[in-house]
Design a protein around this ligand. Structure first.
Ligand SMILES: Nc1ncnc2c1ncn2[C@@H]1O[C@H](COP(=O)(O)OP(=O)(O)O)[C@@H](O)[C@H]1O
Ligand SMILES: [Mg+2]
Length: 588
């Protein structure tokens, strides 16, 4: 029920309109149904319509209304009333169903967008603890199941309203028999509620297992190459099998509980009808037309109530997906990245890291690190693996925040700068390059329509990969395969460098970005970097001699601090000066 209240609060208008349409439909149907008893009596009674007694209060009202309107109660007029009631009801139910259908689509779209937005706006550290497969599962299967929960809940409400209408009409005909039937039906439904609870438990298990399965599956698929190359794909298979078996068990339980509920409901409710008929005809001796109409109405009540329970059961099977999604959305929203600053600065003079302390949890990584990077220069950072070089880059881009110390851009703390405008000035080539499974062009432009084919070509040329791309059958429109696996590691790195350059950054960060390049290609990149000096600031993390030699200054990072600074005498001047002065460019 909590779910329905949640839905009604999130979509108040849609839910209200649906309920109003259903209630109006119920009223029209009720009006049509009240004409049933007088109709049967006319048909059974040999007397004329003038001597007609309605046999129920609603029937009497119907006859009075007809008399007031000057309409003679006849088979024809009553049939017209019944037909009109049914037609109006059908039209309104159609309207309500349409509304429900639209709302279900709306719920799915809203959930998906909210989830994606909250995930994308979350802090970088939040992502480090997430499993991609589980998030993909949330955006696909959990969203579908959650929106279906709304559909099942709304359908249950529709059936319930119909059951109420039939019950009300039945009450006016014979309240004792109706109350007895309702009490018996509710008792039966309550007794069968354990099957609903079973579906709920199986649904929760399904939600948990799907998350785990998809997370494992994505993990295994990401590392399928080494697994296959070492003949260890059965390891992934074994891992997945256990989850798949458990999932299969949960699904079977769900199937069983649904089938059992449907299978048991029908005979028990039929038994109720049989007992009711016997009591009405033999013990209570109610007249035949009344029994016929009562049976017609109460059978419908029972059928609708059993449908309510079945829809409720379906909803219970999906409910956990909705809560799991809500948990993810709330979790990501609580970890929202807040940009405290508003200033719009461009790297004009200097990027400074001042007494930075940073630790992941309890483990200190940087302890009192300070360094300066002059605008327009080429800085290289070297240090042993695990020294904190990538962490340092993440602090510069603002993906991580220091626990102590400041990152200063032209003397202004990153805390006071609008993070989005700062990041848009950065070209970043990460250590682990993942290209999009798309064309080379899209991988370069990242959807930025202002970049032309010409810009793409320039960027590819600057990264020294144009000849390779141009020779491909579809040129820049060639796709690169899943995560770029259809091209070599070195080509991937150069395409990533081209991507960073195409967006004309003020600061270009290369994190071990030439590790897969042959010496000649690396020298070519160094030449490009050298030419770019002065137009932009370069920060390169590398052990490669060529890049280190080409740098204006080299910082050695060790023990969480900068322990050595080598500043070649040929330091390039900041923007506006001749960038070609001094440095020795390695020649191929
Ligand atoms: N998200 C993280 N959580 C905990 N420890 C991390 C995390 N990322 C990196 N580390 C640890 O921090 C240290 C520095 O990592 P990193 O900056 O990537 O080093 P590198 O200098 O090789 O680029 C390493 O010991 C690494 O294991
Ligand atoms: Mg690193």
């Amino acid at each position: 029920m909590r779910l329905m209240v949640h839905f009604a609060r999130s979509y108040p208008w849609q839910t209200l309109m649906m309920l109003v349409a259903l209630m109006a439909a119920g009223i029209f149907e009720g009006v049509g149904l009240t004409a049933l008893l007088p109709l049967l009596q006319i048909a059974v009674d040999t007397n004329t319509a003038a001597g007609l007694t309605s046999g129920s209060r609603s029937g009497e009202t119907m006859l009075n209304v007809l008399a007031f309107m000057g309409v003679q109660p006849s088979v024809e007029s009553l049939l017209v009333i019944i037909m009109t009631g049914v037609l109006l009801k059908s039209a309104l139910v159609l309207l309500a169903n349409k509304k429900v259908g639209y709302t279900v689509a709306h719920v799915a779209t809203d959930l998906r967008l909210t989830l994606l937005r909250s995930l994308l706006n979350a802090r970088w550290e939040y992502f480090l603890n997430q499993r991609v497969g589980s998030l993909a599962n949330a955006a696909a299967s959990e969203v579908m199941r959650a929106s279906n929960a709304y559909l099942f809940g709304a359908t249950a409400a529709a059936f319930f309203i119909q059951a109420i209408v039939y019950s009300l009409v039945a009450l006016t005909i014979n309240w004792q028999a109706t109350c007895a039937a309702l009490a018996a039906a509710l008792l039966v439904l309550m007794m069968l509620n354990w099957l609903v609870r079973m579906t709920n438990r199986a649904g929760s298990k399904q939600t948990r297992l799907l998350q785990s399965l998809l997370a494992r599956l994505t993990d295994s698929l990401h590392s399928v190459k080494p697994l296959k190359a070492m003949g260890r794909e059965n390891l992934a298979d074994a891992l997945l099998q256990s989850d798949t078996h458990k999932l299969n068990k949960a699904l079977r339980k769900q199937v069983f509980s649904k089938a059992a509920l449907k299978g048991v409901q029908e005979p028990i409710l039929t038994l109720l009808v049989v007992i009711g008929l016997y009591l009405s005809l033999v013990s209570w001796k109610i007249e035949l037309p009344t029994v016929m109409v009562l049976t017609f109405l109460l059978v419908r009540v029972l059928v609708q109530l059993s449908k309510v329970q079945r829809q409720y059961q379906e909803m219970q099977g999906c409910e956990s997906a909705y809560w799991s999604l809500q948990e993810k959305i709330c979790g990501a929203e609580a970890e929202k990245e807040v940009s405290t600053g508003t200033r719009d600065l461009h790297l004009e003079t200097q990027l400074r890291l001042e007494n930075i302390h940073f630790s992941y949890g309890e483990i200190p990584i940087l302890a009192g690190l300070s360094l300066d990077i002059l605008a327009g220069t080429f800085t290289a950072i070297v240090g042993p693996s695990g020294a904190g070089k990538t962490t340092l880059v993440d602090l510069v881009t603002g993906l991580l925040r220091p626990q102590q110390g400041k990152v200063l851009l032209d003397g202004v703390s990153l805390e006071d700068i609008d993070l989005m405008t700062w990041r848009r000035q950065i070209g970043y080539v990460p250590q682990d390059i993942m290209l999009l499974h798309d064309s080379i062009r899209t991988n370069i432009t990242l959807g930025d329509d202002s970049l032309t084919d010409h810009d793409v070509e320039d960027a590819l040329r600057a990264a020294g990969v144009w000849d390779f791309v141009n020779a491909l059958p579809e040129g820049i429109y060639n796709t690169v395969g899943e995560r770029g696996t259809k091209i070599s590691g070195g080509q991937r790195q150069r395409i990533a460098i081209a991507r960073a350059l195409a967006h004309r950054p003020r600061l270009l960060i290369l994190d071990e970005a030439t590790s897969a390049l042959d010496p000649e290609s690396e020298r070519a990149i160094c030449r490009t970097m050298h030419e770019l000096r002065g137009q932009l600031t370069l920060l390169s993390i590398s052990h490669r001699p060529a890049l280190v030699e080409a740098a204006d200054q080299v910082y050695l990072l060790e023990g969480g601090r900068v322990v050595e600074v080598s500043s070649p005498p040929n330091l390039a001047e900041p923007y506006g000066e001749d960038p070609k002065r001094g440095i020795e460019v390695p020649t191929p």
